[in-house]
Design a protein around this ligand. Structure first.
Ligand SMILES: Cc1cc2nc3c(=O)[nH]c(=O)nc-3n(C[C@H](O)[C@H](O)[C@H](O)COP(=O)(O)OP(=O)(O)OC[C@H]3O[C@@H](n4cnc5c(N)ncnc54)[C@H](O)[C@@H]3O)c2cc1C
Length: 346
């Protein structure tokens, strides 16, 4: 077989591609040129062209954690790399290697069907597998970092593929080495290590309530279903109302600041943080400032969850960022706490 036969097909290039349906805020967005990346091997040539022509570029997965402007200049890489396979299995763990473009929730469902429990608490999070490690997605007492073995990526600084073991990924709350080094790594595959020993994770109040009083411990399938039901009730479906999930991170403050705030605001909602600091509930802070359910032009704060900002129809990135700024200013004024925006602003 000659090398031409081995070469992956060139990625499909679409000029002036509309991305309204590839950003969950549902903003009207046009990418000057978009490459649909379906194989890792397509990336070096595209990146070489981008470097030679000195074009701006960015990577887009499912668009569920981004705030996109009306026009995305230069090149947008749409990560559509498919595939998932069990690459190792021993008495302790199963390792599954998954393409960056695979839908996250579809992958979680598949693991449950395959009797590989572990990821059930992370069901129904929108987006792709390749984006999951970027902000170390987490929900209902679990984080993706708990299950990562290694990550394959194209390192644009070295113009080479690299494999980063979990220890090199510097995972923390909604953070990673990839997030700390934006525009450097293009994740192509993620290897997950699913331990064979399994225990339900029910410490999160909503889940604990669901299974309180049960005689036997719930199965992973039952937790998966419960998480899907709770999320569907609490969060707006982006297909119905544009949003990017939690808009702000929960601020983490030192114990002293937390105790001082508690003196003045005895109802303050907070959780212990893994690092020994205190994580304040950003949604509660925003709610207390009176923003819940407010609408400003075409954007607003979701009526059932103050942490979620929504696009009612014709909103733009500028509208959302203006609203975010007024929320940040008010929360800082009243609580002395800075709220950080979670989605990536392009
Ligand atoms: C309704 C709703 C609920 C949500 N709930 C949660 C939740 O419970 N927990 C949580 O953590 N998040 C949540 N999110 C946020 C979002 O689902 C996650 O951050 C998800 O991982 C984003 O995936 P994506 O493919 O859409 O990434 P995108 O939004 O396309 O991209 C996000 C960032 O990752 C980068 N990126 C994407 N793919 C790659 C790649 N292959 N290589 C390198 N960089 C890449 C992008 O450049 C961008 O900076 C929610 C969002 C919505 C809309």
């Amino acid at each position: 077989m000659n090398s031409a036969q081995n070469a992956p097909t060139s990625p499909k290039l679409t000029p002036n591609m509309a991305l309204k349906y590839r950003n969950t805020f549902g903003f009207e967005v046009c990418a000057e040129s978009a490459y649909e990346i379906t194989a890792a091997e397509q990336i070096p040539k595209v990146m070489q062209q981008i470097a030679e022509q000195k074009l701006p570029w960015r990577v887009l997965g499912g668009g569920s954690n981004v705030i996109l402007p009306k026009v995305l200049p230069g090149v947008t890489l749409l990560m559509n790399i498919p595939g998932q396979e069990i690459t190792r299995s021993d008495e302790s763990n199963t390792v599954i290697t998954v393409g960056a473009g695979v839908n996250w929730h579809d992958f979680v469902s598949w693991t449950i069907e395959q009797q590989l429990p572990g990821l059930e608490n992370l069901a129904l999070i929108p987006g792709t597998v390749g984006a999951a490690p970027i902000q170390n997605i987490g929900a209902y007492g679990a984080e993706v970092a708990d299950f990562i073995d290694s990550i394959e990526a194209f390192d644009t600084a070295a113009h080479a593929f690299v494999t980063l073991p979990k220890a090199a990924c510097q995972f923390a709350y909604r953070d990673s080495y990839f997030k700390q080094n934006p525009h450097r790594f293009i994740v192509t595959k993620v290897a997950f290590k699913i331990p064979k020993a399994w225990e339900p994770r029910l410490q999160y109040a909503d889940l604990a309530r669901q299974f309180a009083g049960a005689d036997t411990k719930p199965t992973a399938q039952q937790i998966f279903t419960a998480v899907c039901n709770i999320r569907s009730q609490k969060l707006p479906d982006p297909k119905v109302i544009g949003n990017a999930g939690s808009f702000f991170q929960n601020p983490i403050v030192p114990d002293k600041q937390y105790l001082d705030l508690l003196q003045v605001h005895p109802q303050l909602v907070s959780y212990p943080d893994q690092t020994g600091m205190r994580k304040l509930a950003a949604g509660w802070l925003i709610d207390q400032c009176g923003f819940k359910g407010q609408t400003v032009g075409s954007v607003g704060v979701y009526k059932n969850q103050a942490l979620v900002l929504v696009n009612h129809g014709d909103g733009t990135a500028e509208d959302i960022l203006n609203l975010a700024k007024s929320i940040q200013d008010k929360v800082r004024e009243i609580y002395g706490v800075q709220l950080e925006i979670e989605p990536n602003i392009f």
